[in-house]
Design a protein around this ligand. Structure first.
Ligand SMILES: *Cc1c(COP(=O)(O)O)cnc(C)c1O
Length: 473
């Protein structure tokens, strides 16, 4: 299995693209073609899930896309990523019935109580495996507004060949998020606070990556959501959720969306032959994606047009994985995709596919559905689900459930639970009049001693911090 860029570069092997971010031509890596499951494969995969478990199922799916790591090694990787100690359950991603026709895929049982653990844990193991094989090390430098940073840090906590420098906006994360990230006490994980916003953090990371010799000297890499290894790991839980709910007939999924990573994995799941009727793309007030699926026009927002909402992990102005979907939409035409993303988008701020022969109705092309959920909807949905079912959902999951209910059809609808409410006390209090319970495994989070380094001196100070703290140089 080889990989190509959505703009034409390649082919490359999986382990080559693993340690890279964007392709050199600015595109995103995708498999040259999608492997295909047949209808006979599905019962066999169900047996694997039931009798051998999620770890083995994950290795089977990864093996469809990866031929330069042996199956035995892939199985070791998934075994280390998905342990009962980390996820509190052997099933790893259980599916629970919520109400007639509607299920919840519980993807947030991992170490940081958000679904990002599902992919990040595998990515951490892939890094460690490949760096050991090459006898190399790597310095991850990233920026986070909350969930991604902590998921990355917990995934790389035990990685001997990786050190993490994570920038976060000073005082802007929730107390739980701060406790969780800054509570880590390890020379491998350096939490850097920056006065300002998430965008300021991200600008510093960009500046740093602009210094080619510094970047090379410290082997600086990233863990962002465009990494194919993260995306392919997410395909597994679409399959496991399908297998838990259906004996073979198609199901639909509702996905709280921001960077289009999670739902893009759903798209890939469908492309390899998992029976999926509709993929419901739920957004919050930041409705870039909903607007596209409703109109065929994708309009990137300025940061001043990006709202701060009560489902903050979906507050995006552009959806970084979206190019992968458009590549498929064009019939996998790299020249078309390059002209849309490298020419039309930078010059007009818009991708408009309304007059393209392949997409007179983008929502119909691959059975996408879409809807917007607002703060009012989140509060009402959290309250309603709690009152009717005694089940407390987080605000992102609430966006997904709200829109899922709009599209309930004859087929089972599975809503993705992308975080646990413990991370979002304020809106929970508003919705049900009490703060969310703290699961036992997070009892110490708020009390832990916090470890951070302040960076208020711009790029030069950031470099100084990396130079003085690096364990590899
Ligand atoms: C990241 C995140 C999302 C959005 O997922 P994308 O893959 O970026 O679309 C939704 N909910 C939560 C809790 C998240 O952390």
């Amino acid at each position: 299995m080889k990989y190509v860029s959505t703009r034409g570069y390649g082919p490359m092997s999986f382990t080559d693209i693993l340690l890279e971010g964007l392709a050199p031509d600015g595109g995103l890596y995708v498999p040259e073609s999608y492997p295909q499951l047949s209808t006979e494969d599905l019962p066999a995969l169900r047996e694997i899930l039931v009798y051998e478990g999620y770890v083995r199922l994950a290795a089977e799916i990864l093996a469809l896309f990866i031929d330069d790591i042996s199956f035995a090694d892939l199985e070791q990787i998934t075994q280390r990523a998905y342990t009962k100690a980390k996820f509190g359950t052997d099933i790893i991603a259980p599916v629970a019935p919520l109400e007639p026709g509607l299920w919840l895929a519980q993807l947030s049982q991992g170490p940081t109580a958000a679904f990002k653990d599902m992919a990040m844990q595998v990515l951490g193991q892939f890094f460690e495996f490949e760096l050991a094989r090459r006898d190399q090390w790597m310095t991850i430098v990233g920026a986070t507004s909350g969930d991604t940073g902590s998921a990355a840090e917990f995934a790389l906590l035990d990685a001997n060949r990786v050190q993490v420098f994570m920038l976060s906006p000073l005082g802007r994360m929730t107390p739980f998020q701060r406790g969780q990230m800054y509570g880590i006490n390890s020379e491998r994980i350096v939490n850097i606070t920056v006065p300002g916003t998430f965008d300021d953090c991200q600008d510093l990371v960009k500046d740093l990556n602009g210094d080619a010799s510094f970047k090379e000297h410290y082997a600086i890499g990233a863990v962002n959501s465009i990494n194919w290894a993260r995306l392919v790991s997410q395909v597994v839980y679409y399959l496991s959720s399908f297998l838990q709910v259906s004996r073979g007939d198609a199901v639909s999924f509702s996905v709280p969306s921001g960077n289009f990573g999670n739902i893009c994995a759903g798209h890939v799941a469908r492309m390899i032959g998992i029976p999926i009727e509709n993929l419901v793309c739920a957004t919050n007030e930041n409705n870039v994606l909903a607007e596209f699926f409703a109109t065929g026009v994708y309009r990137v927002r300025a940061s001043t047009e990006t709202f701060v909402t009560s489902s903050p992990s979906m507050d995006i102005s552009k959806a970084s994985n979206f190019e992968r979907f458009v590549f498929d939409l064009t019939g996998r035409d790299a020249a078309q995709t390059a002209s849309l993303f490298a020419e039309a988008l930078p010059s007009t701020g818009v991708i408009d596919i309304r007059d393209k022969p392949y997409a007179s109705d983008p929502a119909q092309v691959y059975g996408f559905r879409t809807g917007v959920s607002t703060h009012h909807d989140r509060v009402a949905t959290i309250a309603d689900v709690y009152r009717r079912h005694g089940y407390l959902i987080d605000p992102h999951t609430a966006d997904g459930v709200k829109v899922a209910r709009q599209y309930r059809g004859a087929e089972p609808m599975i809503a993705m639970e992308t975080a646990l409410p413990v991370k979002f006390g304020k809106i929970t209090l508003e919705a049900i009049g009490q703060v969310p319970p703290i699961p036992a495994r997070f009892a110490q989070v708020l009390d832990a001693e916090q470890h951070t380094v302040l960076c208020d001196g711009g790029i030069d100070q950031l470099k100084q911090i990396i130079i003085s703290r690096s364990i590899f140089r």
